[in-house]
Write a protein that binds this ligand. Structure first.
Ligand code: BGC
Length: 622
């Protein structure tokens, strides 16, 4: 029976004919309580604490005996946490199997939940299909497509055995100077809720089927609503030379604003049955979300009825009281944190929490509640099913990075492209044009196309991953045999071409490293477009960036302008539109400012102050 199910599911994926729609309403997590509570009743305090402790794979597998000694219930690979043997599909799968085998040697043999940031495809693993980042998916405004993308991501993640992704990010970024803007679907809470819900449905499917993964809505709550600060948060990654910090900052708004702008994504994710939620590093009116009983227990668990578990962010607990770790743990767990991402400090977390329980500073009832929540999710996922192998199903390797998956990513790229300007019919370009001149730092750069959270935590320019197509390669493979495609990075030498295509924008970054106070295009990009303009031919500019950029002269110098945001590996989705095989349909998921001085600028500004270059929702076609 099991093998038939696998075969049928794999066939669906291989043929690319799965609709991606989940027809069954998910079963509530609390319906697994009798099994979960019976197990909790038999566990020692140490066994319980182990379920609540999540180390990073590198540190814990350096002493694999720790998996049993600390009864570890979950492990993660964060950014840059590749298998020691190298970044290959085989090595990732072997690592998962090794971790799982160690975990299951304990008395109860409770399987480990392995978590990873598969935030736009299985984006740490070489050769995975890299989908557009959420900011671009927001421009598609297509929940069915987002569900399908996440179904595929789940299958590629399961191919490595891993059963949990720290996504979707349902942040509602209100200030595009924030380095995590591109992780959010939109500045519009309604769109975030619709697409966040679709992502959870896609990832979790009918949770418990072998092609589903556990989703994690993050970062609860208001990570995208922080006020700019002149000082960085101690210990937080920050851009060298930045003068303004937003990441991990403080959201200074009243509760009704929090509910109106930042909460709807969580309400929707819970409606879709999300099994885990990650509290934010950031604060709300000076109180760290990771330590807020009001947010985590009163609002999320009691009022919204969230039945899954809360996983703290990467070493976030220590940021509650930077000078007092023990009090930080006490505050976090009593506030409602159920599992702690304590990457290399897992022993310290385990020992500290044990002391706190022994001293009565954290009640046993809170521990039991946390472990019940974790175990009910494990039961719901089928991890506790007797006789079901918890090792990776390597048959799924055949769907990893497959053409069928790439075709869906290509569809997402073309549907997310937003046409912002098209004068003198510069677009579409004829495939028969005698010569097309391509230029710009991102024209032949798959790493820039993919952005942060791609293979490396910060992403990386250049050939960051095999497979996929750069814009230049996609142009070359689209045109007629008689067409000459020439290229210069700086835009010189375009004279005599029928049309020029400039591909410019941002280089990869992630988290606070991407906080910026100046969103102007860099001098290299401005020079590229100016050089093309001198050739007196139509210029088509494509902006590849994690957020809207200040265009300056480039807007006037471009006859046509398209925003691609961070499209991922499938550059052919861009040429689908450039050459007119598909009409542009994308609509901006964020407001596009005229100047830095307008920032922050978003749809929540009073109408008289809302004066963007292009409104959120804007997008032309032909
Ligand atoms: C990020 C999270 C991520 C976690 C694990 C943190 O730095 O804030 O979004 O899930 O790392 O990699």
């Amino acid at each position: 029976m099991k093998s038939t199910l696998y075969a049928a599911a794999a066939c669906f994926l291989l043929l690319g004919c799965r609709t991606g729609t989940v027809d069954q309403k998910p079963k509530s997590f609390s319906s697994f309580d009798s099994e979960a509570k019976a197990l909790v009743a038999r566990m020692t305090l140490e066994e319980k604490l182990g379920q609540m402790t999540q180390p990073e794979q590198g540190p814990v597998m350096a002493s694999p005996g720790d998996m049993q000694k600390y009864f570890i219930g979950s492990v993660l690979s964060g950014g840059d946490s590749d298998p020691q043997e190298g970044n290959t599909l085989e090595a990732w799968t072997d690592l998962y199997d090794r971790v799982q085998t160690e975990a299951m040697k304990t008395r109860f043999g409770i399987p480990v939940l392995y978590g990873v940031d598969a935030v736009h495809g299985h984006s740490n693993v070489l050769g995975a299909v890299i989908f557009p980042h959420n900011i671009a998916l927001g421009c598609t405004r297509d929940p069915e497509l987002v569900e399908k993308i996440n179904r595929i991501t789940a299958a590629e993640v399961r191919a490595t055995g891993i059963q949990w992704t720290f996504s979707p990010c349902v942040a509602v970024p209100q200030d595009i100077r924030w380095g995590r803007t591109y992780e959010g679907f939109s500045e519009d809470p309604e769109l975030v809720a619709t697409l966040g819900e679709a992502a959870v449905r896609g990832l979790q499917g009918n949770l418990g089927d072998p092609l589903s993964v556990l989703a994690c809505a993050k970062h609860f709550v208001g990570d995208g609503g922080t006020a700019p600060s002149a000082l960085p948060i101690p210990g937080a990654p920050a851009a060298p030379g930045a003068r303004l910090w937003l990441d991990r900052g403080d959201m200074r708004v009243d509760e009704s604003t929090l509910r109106r702008i930042h909460l709807p994504g969580y309400v929707a994710a819970i409606r879709a049955g999300v099994g885990s939620i990650m509290p934010s590093y950031s604060s709300w009116n000076g109180v760290k979300c990771t330590g807020s009983h009001r947010l985590l227990t009163e609002i999320l668990k009691q009022e919204l009825g969230f039945e899954g578990f809360l996983i703290s962010d990467y070493n976030a607990i220590a940021e509650i009281r930077p000078d007092d770790y023990k009090t930080s743990v006490e505050i976090a767990v009593n506030a409602g944190i159920d599992m702690a991402m304590e990457t290399s400090h897992y022993r310290r977390f385990f020992d500290t929490l044990k002391e706190l329980v022994d001293e009565g500073r954290v009640p046993m009832a809170r521990i039991d509640d946390a472990v019940t929540r974790i175990l009910r999710v494990k039961f719901a996922m089928g991890l506790m099913d007797k006789g079901r192998s918890q090792l990776a199903d390597r048959k799924l390797h055949q769907v990893f990075g497959s053409d069928a998956h790439r075709a869906v990513a290509r569809e997402a790229v073309r549907k997310s492209l937003v046409l912002l300007k098209n004068e003198s019919r510069a677009l579409p370009i004829s495939k028969q044009a005698a010569r097309i001149h391509v230029a710009g730092k991102s024209a032949d750069d798959i790493g820039n196309q993919c952005g942060g959270w791609t293979i490396r935590w910060q992403g990386q320019g250049g050939e960051v991953t095999p497979g996929g197509t750069t814009v230049l390669a996609a142009i070359r493979s689209s045109v007629s045999p008689a067409t000459r495609v020439t290229y210069s990075r700086d835009g010189t030498g375009a004279e005599g071409a029928v049309v020029a295509v400039a591909v410019i924008g941002e280089k990869p970054y992630a988290e606070g490293v991407g906080d910026r106070d100046d969103l102007g295009l860099d001098p290299e990009d401005r020079a590229t477009v100016a050089n093309l303009k001198k050739a007196r031919i139509p210029v088509v500019t494509l902006v590849i960036s994690g957020r809207p950029m200040i265009l300056g002269d480039v807007l006037g110098q471009s006859d046509a302008l398209l925003a691609a945001f961070l499209p991922g590996t499938e550059g052919r989705g861009i040429t689908d539109v450039l050459f007119g095989d598909y009409k542009p349909t994308g609509k901006l998921s964020f407001s596009w400012p005229r100047a830095n001085g307008q920032l922050p600028l978003n749809i929540h500004a009073p109408e008289e102050l809302y004066d963007p270059l292009f409104r959120c929702g804007h997008g032309l076609t032909w």
